[in-house]
Write a protein that binds this ligand. Structure first.
Ligand SMILES: O=C(O)CCC(=O)C(=O)O
Length: 296
C-alpha cells in the first residue's frame, strides 16, 4: 500500500489540482496525464494474453460468478473480473501508486481499497450486437455498497482512438435523479446505445457524451454513478483496457433486498470473507486490499 511519501516530486506534480477535483465533481470524469510506463503496460498485456489462455500465476479463489472469459475465435468481447488476483503482471499494474493516488485525490479520501478490476478486450466487429458495452452506471451493480463516492479508473493498454469503440462517459449524469425511465439503462442489457440518447432528448435532459480517447499509459476516472458505455470497435486492432473499481474509505457492505424480499448477492460477495454478522466483508484484505493509505 502507498501514500504521498512514496511519490516522487514529478509524480506529486501530476496529481489532480483542486481545480481538477472540482471539475471531476461537477462533470463526473477526469483524464490523467501519462503516468503508467510502457514496461508495466506491456507486461500487463502479456499477462492478459496468458489469462485468455487460462493460465494463472497467482493463487486466488476460484472466480465463480464474476465474468472470467477465455479467448475463442468467435468472441468479440472478453471480460475478466479480478484479473489482478489471477495474474501478477496485472496486479503490478493495479498497484502502481499513482493510480490509487489519483483516485484518492479525486475522491477526497485518505484510504483507497480495491473493489474489483476487470480486464476488457474488444475485438474489431461489424455488427451492433457484437462488441457494445451498453450504457450503465457502475453503482447499479453494487447496491450493497454504502458509498456514493466510489470511482473507477479506465487504463488504456494501447492508444485508444475514436474508431476503436472508446468508452463514452455522459458528463454530469452522476447528478441525475434516476426515474424509472433512466433506471432501465443502468445495466449493460440495453445494447442499442441510441435508446438512452433518444430517451434523454425526449425527456429534455441536456447531456454531453465524452469519448475517452486517450494514449497508452493514460487513464480516465469516472464517478460510480456516471453513465458510460461504448460502441463497436471499427478499427483493425483490438482495444484492451483495465478497469479498476475503487472503494473510498467510508464504503462498507449493507444488506439490500429485491422485490421478493431476497437478499441481493453480487459476484464479489461470493468470494470474500464474511464479517461477524455473516455478511460479505468489503474490508477483506485478500480480495479488497488497501492500495492507498494516508494513515501510515
Ligand atoms: O470499456 C468500456 O467500454 C466499458 C468499461 C466500463 O464499463 C468501466 O470501465 O466501468
Amino acid at each position: 500500500m502507498h501514500n504521498f511519501n512514496q511519490l516522487l516530486p514529478h509524480e506529486l506534480a501530476q496529481l489532480p489540482t483542486e481545480a481538477d477535483i472540482l471539475q471531476y465533481e461537477q462533470r463526473g470524469w477526469y483524464i490523467s496525464p501519462y503516468v503508467i510506463s510502457d514496461d508495466i503496460i506491456d507486461a500487463a498485456v502479456n499477462g492478459a494474453d496468458a489469462l485468455y489462455r487460462g493460465e494463472r500465476n497467482r493463487n486466488c479463489p476460484e472466480i465463480i460468478g464474476p465474468a472470467n472469459d477465455q479467448w475463442s475465435q468467435n468472441k468479440v468481447l472478453l471480460n475478466n473480473e479480478f484479473a489482478c488476483l489471477q495474474r501478477s503482471e496485472i496486479w503490478d499494474l493495479v498497484s502502481v501508486p499513482m493510480i490509487s493516488a489519483i483516485a484518492a485525490t479525486l475522491a477526497r479520501t485518505k484510504q483507497i481499497r480495491l473493489f474489483a478490476d476487470a480486464l476488457m478486450c474488444k475485438y474489431p466487429a461489424n455488427n451492433q450486437d457484437n462488441g457494445v458495452f451498453g450504457w450503465h452506471t457502475d453503482k447499479a451493480y453494487w447496491p450493497s455498497c454504502t458509498s456514493n463516492n466510489m470511482l473507477t479508473a479506465w487504463v488504456a493498454m494501447q492508444d485508444t482512438t475514436i474508431d476503436m469503440g472508446p468508452m463514452y462517459v455522459i458528463e454530469n449524469s452522476h447528478h441525475w435523479d434516476l426515474d424509472n425511465g433512466l433506471k432501465q439503462f443502468c445495466a449493460h442489457g440495453v445494447k442499442d446505445l441510441s435508446l438512452l440518447e433518444d430517451y434523454l432528448q425526449h425527456s429534455g435532459l441536456t447531456y454531453r457524451s465524452v469519448p475517452i480517447t486517450i494514449k497508452k499509459g493514460q487513464m480516465s476516472f469516472h464517478h460510480c454513478n456516471a453513465f458510460h458505455g461504448s460502441a463497436i470497435n471499427q478499427s483493425d486492432l483490438r482495444r484492451m483496457s483495465l478497469t479498476i473499481h475503487f472503494q473510498d474509505e467510508k464504503n462498507a457492505y449493507h444488506p439490500v433486498f429485491n422485490e421478493s424480499g431476497d437478499r441481493i448477492i453480487i459476484g464479489y460477495d461470493k468470494i470474500c470473507r464474511e464479517d461477524e454478522h455473516g455478511y460479505p466483508d468489503y474490508h477483506d484484505p485478500n480480495i479488497f486490499p488497501i492500495l492507498w493509505n494516508e494513515y501510515e
